[in-house]
Design a protein around this ligand. Structure first.
Ligand code: FAD
Length: 406
């Protein structure tokens, strides 16, 4: 039977669009399904590391990115309970770009998806992949939309899961048997993420400070058009305590009060501006590695694995994993991807993914836990006051000055 497309890409975030672009360039017939209409805002700190900017060039949106993105990020910082500590951002020395920049996800994701469309990717949007059945070589994908009434089933050789990690994603039935994803139990350590944008804040363009507060962490940055993005994560137990301190307030209002109390310098900077839109929230988010959980389909971006957002490397990893996958698939015609070959390729890709990203996840976890725990954050802050250059090192360890080769 002739399939409708070679590959289905589930999700039009950076991982999905980048994968679609690269596969379309390799001659594959690609169908991408994204559940939301674009442009849309997204909970994210919106910083893109220097090393990844060459990937945007390779994907064909570098020119537009550089035209609209915020200023180069040349300073890194720490805002805790005392003064802001600043240090130089580590330069990326072996690539075209020395420093990263920030761009709103409404703009970035729309640029990438438009590029995929221009390269011949069939985009269904807003539409949702509801269920995936069958297996390699002959997947059947049930799609709802565009439009509430429209339901269709598409046959594809391969499935690329780029649905992120903050929603349950489609139901995946392998070998005809349903695979029910076990719901993770609620834990006090679950993280909830919040984001808002401010116009006219006092934050210096080019500075990327980490926010450290009891039960959470965050960051802020000047992105395009002078807009300042503030994003943070907070543990479930800390969120509960914030809400108890603000009866009748929303979760976002309670978190904002907590941030303002905990980080006085943030308050000074943000109070000069006015909010642009409203606070967005998402969660629980659970950083971790999932890339090898299935051998019948390929996972990229957050679907494959997620770092603590403190290091702001998720978009970079989404793009890098798309390139890594494309390299593993190059030279393979989609029609030859039967079960055996797909299993070999998923295992090889998962091994490469781990060796590339697992160290970054480990460092991010340690850094995040240090920022969230006052017993560690306070002595760390004292240390940083004496040796601000430790911030430069931390950014380097987080991968922020590493070059990504297309
Ligand atoms: C507070 C916070 C701050 C962050 N700051 C940064 C930062 O500064 N820099 C950075 O690089 N990263 C940052 N990140 C991480 C970054 O946002 C993610 O890693 C990145 O969005 C992952 O991209 P993705 O394409 O894998 O997934 P996503 O961007 O989540 O995209 C997935 C897409 O799939 C769609 N989808 C889901 N299910 C379906 C379905 N069934 N059918 C169709 N479509 C579907 C969704 O609508 C979505 O558009 C931050 C994260 C948080 C929480």
């Amino acid at each position: 039977m002739q399939n409708d497309a070679d590959a289905l890409v589930i999700g039009g975030g950076p991982a999905g669009s980048a994968s679609a672009i690269l596969l379309a360039r390799a001659g594959w017939r690609v169908l991408l399904v994204e559940q939301h209409e674009f442009p849309r805002q997204k909970v994210c700190g919106e910083c893109i590391s220097a090393g990844s900017l060459a990937l945007l060039d390779a994907l064909g949106i570098g020119g537009e990115f550089h035209r609209v993105a915020g200023p180069e990020l040349t300073r890194v910082g720490w805002i805790g309970s005392r003064n802001t500590i600043e240090a130089e951002f580590p330069r990326c020395n072996d690539g075209t770009y020395a420093y990263g920049r920030a761009l709103g996800r409404d703009v970035l994701d729309a640029l990438l998806l438009a590029r995929a469309r221009a390269l011949g990717v069939t985009v269904l949007q807003p539409a949702r992949v509801h269920r995936v059945r069958g297996g390699p070589g002959n997947f059947l994908c049930d799609i709802v939309g565009p439009g509430r009434e429209r339901r269709q089933t598409c046959g594809v050789h391969a499935v690329i899961d780029a649905h992120g990690s903050w929603e349950s994603g489609p139901r995946i039935e392998a070998d005809g048997g349903p695979q029910t994803l076990a719901r993770a139990p609620r834990r006090d350590s679950d993280l909830f993420a919040f984001k808002s944008r401010y116009r006219g804040s006092g934050l210096a363009g080019g500075l990327l400070p980490v926010l450290a507060f009891a039960g959470g962490y965050g960051g802020l940055v000047v992105a395009e058009d002078g807009l300042t993005t503030v994003a943070c994560c907070i543990r479930r137990d800390a969120l509960r305590a914030c809400r108890a301190a603000l009866p009748g307030g929303t979760a976002a209002e309670a978190v904002w009060q907590h941030l303002r109390r905990s980080c006085p310098e943030l308050r000074e900077q943000i109070d000069r501006g006015r909010i642009d839109g409203s606070w967005l929230s998402v969660g629980p988010i659970r950083p971790g590695i999932r890339v090898a959980e299935r051998v019948d389909l390929f996972r990229v971006g957050n679907a494959a694995g997620e770092t603590h957002p403190l290091i702001g490397e998720g978009i970079t990893m989404a793009l890098q994993s798309a390139f890594l996958l494309a390299r593993h698939l190059s030279g393979h015609a989609a029609a030859t991807l039967d079960r055996g070959r797909t299993e070999v390729l998923t295992r090889r890709y998962a091994a490469a993914w781990r060796s590339r990203f697992a160290p970054r996840l480990r460092f991010a976890k340690a850094y995040a836990h240090a920022a969230m725990r006052p017993a560690v954050a306070l002595p760390l802050q004292a240390l940083l006051e004496s040796w601000p250059s430790l911030l430069t090192r931390a950014a380097r360890w987080a991968g922020k000055s590493a070059r990504s080769r297309p």
